[in-house]
Design a protein around this ligand. Sequence first.
Ligand code: PEP
Ligand code: MN
Length: 350
Amino acid sequence: MIVVLKPGRDAQEEREVSRLLRDAAGVRVTATTWKPTGEELLVCDRGVAADLVDQLTAMSAVERVVPSTGTMRLAGRSFSATDRIVDVAGVAIGGQGFVVAAGPCAVESAEQLEDAATAVTLSAARLLRGGAYKPRTSPYSFQGLGVRGLEMLAAQRKRTGLPVVTEVMSPADVELVAGFADMLQIGTRNMQNFPLLHEVGASGKPVLLKRGMAATIEEWLLAAEHILRHGDGNVVLCERGIRTFEPLTRFTLDLSAVPAVKRLSHLPVIVDPSHGTGHQYLVKPLALAAAAVGADGLLIDVHATPSAALCDGQQALSGAQFDELMGALTPVLAAVGRPLAAAPEATRCR
Ligand code: PEP
Ligand code: MN
């Protein structure tokens, strides 16, 4: 349950609300500000009986009581009926415009990143993706270029005007990565790394939270809740496939999660059909399907020469294949009443 306090209340009135919650109902409360609206909240550790909700609602310091009894207090629909729009350096995710983030799985070199960045910019991607810190299953695989990779991403942001989304793997690296990135990505393997979630929440940067490969939708939304509790509400969810018994695809892309999450939460949801399927030939059909089921955008691996990629080349689209996908998206989006997000002023490379 959340008690939203009135802006002009006096201290005595507020103390009465806290006293009633603590003493009469035994509820533990945490005071916090919901930065998107500036509302001041008392987040309760559980719900209370209906008559107490009525009593609280009638108090002069109380704006409204959100009687969510579940654990998704900030991420849940009951907290906000309006869809959240997350601003990533001028690119709005969760509004009318459908946002495509694209780029190489890993930043490999300045030239490789530049080629991919040019291709995705020319084909109307709105965000540039690329990993500098790579969570690789094998310690012998390419681990990413680290800070040098971040510098290359920042250089491509400057050249193309596209805001950058990149992964951060450790709480200790959050400040560093946030200094280069416009959006911090939490990978599937870190969805429940709680210290990392708290740190990215506090960083002030928007966060792209990938679904854990073995996480239920509730666990995923509770991971978002951890970020929201420490941050300013700018979380975008990313469905990227879950582990099932099917070995033909790398993961099983759970597109039912998109409308399911939209029913439960006000947060935007995008889909990653590259990691979700692991195969180039499946990326376009699943991307179109994601648009059709109401996703707010896509995350797509693009590499100028997929066969030469140091990471995940089998699922990367070439520039030409990406362009074809973007062309195919337009009629599907039109059918569900959405346009591709317009280019912000700063986008170059045209
Ligand atoms: C990625 O997007 O580069 C990535 C590593 O994805 P995931 O965490 O979904 O495997
Ligand atoms: Mn990858």
